[in-house]
Design a binder for this molecule. Sequence first.
Ligand code: ADP
Ligand SMILES: N[C@@H](CCOP(=O)(O)O)C(=O)O
Length: 321
Amino acid sequence: MAVYTDINEIDLKAFLAQYDAGELLSYKGIAEGVENSNFLLHTSNAPLILTLYEKRVEKSDLPFFLGLMHHLSERGLNCPLPLPRKDGELLGELSGRPAALISFLEGMWLRKPEAQHCREVGAALARMHIAGEGFELTRPNALSLEGWQMLWAKSEARADEVEEGLEAEIGAELDVLATHWPKDLPAGVIHADLFPDNVFFLGDSLSGLIDFYFACNDILVYDLSICLNSWCFEKDGAYNITKGKAMIEGYQSVRPLSAAEIEALPILCRGSALRFFITRLYDWLTTPAGALVVKKDPLEYLKKLRFHRAVTNASEYGLIA
Ligand SMILES: Nc1ncnc2c1ncn2[C@@H]1O[C@H](COP(=O)(O)OP(=O)(O)O)[C@@H](O)[C@H]1O
Ligand SMILES: N[C@@H](CCOP(=O)(O)O)C(=O)O
C-alpha cells in the first residue's frame, strides 16, 4: 500500500488550478509502490499521476529526478513526463508534501517475465544510459559502498535475529566489496531500481520505464547487474541463465560492453544483491508492525548474494564472449 498522505478534493482542485491540466473528474490512491504516495487522476484532459514525495525522498534531489525524466523523455525514452505548472515550476506542494504531476503511462508490469521480456529490458536500459548522456544535473549514488556501510551500522547488531551468522557474513562481504569495487568503469546516469514493477508492457512490447526516484550517477554496468538480480532469478532462488543471456544480449545490442565491464560483472552483481539485501533488512527491522506497507524479504537477496559469491566468470550469467 502506498498512500501515506491523504488528500482532499478542495486542496487537490486548488493544486490543479496551478496547471493547465483540465477539470478534475475523479481521483483515487494507488496501492502499489513503497516510497511515495501516488494517485491516479482523471481530468477533462489526459489521465495523470499525482505523486506526493514522502520522508525518504530528499526534497533537494527532486529537481534531479524530475529534470531527468524530462531529459530522457525529450530524447525519445518512454518514461513519465513531469507537467510544468503555469509558472514553469515542475514541483508544487499538496497536503504539506512536495508534489508533482506526471504523465500517465499505459501498460502494466509483468508478474512472470520471460526471456524475451528480459531482452527488451536489457535494450531499454542501454537506451536509457545513452539518453542520459548530457543531462546537466548530477546526483551521487547514496546507496553505494558508503551508504551500505551506514545502513549496515544501523542494522548489524540485530542481523542475527533474521538469520544466525549474518552479522559476520555481511561484515566480511562489505570488506570484500570495499577492496574490489571497480573504480574506472564507464559511468553515467543509472536508474538504480529497474525491477519488474518499474517496467510497463503492453502485451509483449515494452511500453515504458517508471520510478526514477533512485536514479543517480554511477557505473553503467552496475545498473545491468541490478536488472540481472531482479529479473533473472526464479521464485525458488535459481538463476535462469536463459533470461540472463537474453538480457545481456539485449543490452549489448544497443551498448556493447567493454572487456573491463564484463570482467567486473560478478563483483557488481554481488554489490547490487547486497544493496537490496541491506535496504530490505533495514526496513524489515525498523518498519513498525501494522504499517500499511508490505515489507520485502531480505533473505531473497541474501540467497542471490551467495549465488554471485560463487561466480568466477561473467559467462556464468549467460554472457557469450
Ligand atoms: N507514470 C505512471 N503511469 C502509470 N502508472 C504509474 C505511473 N507512475 C506510477 N504509477 C503507478 O503507481 C505505482 C507506484 O509507483 P512507483 O513510482 O513505483 O512508486 P514508489 O516510488 O512509491 O515505489 C506503480 O506501480 C504504477 O501502478
Ligand atoms: N525495488 C526495491 C524496493 C523499491 O521499491 P519501488 O516500489 O520503489 O520499486 C526492492 O525490491 O527492495
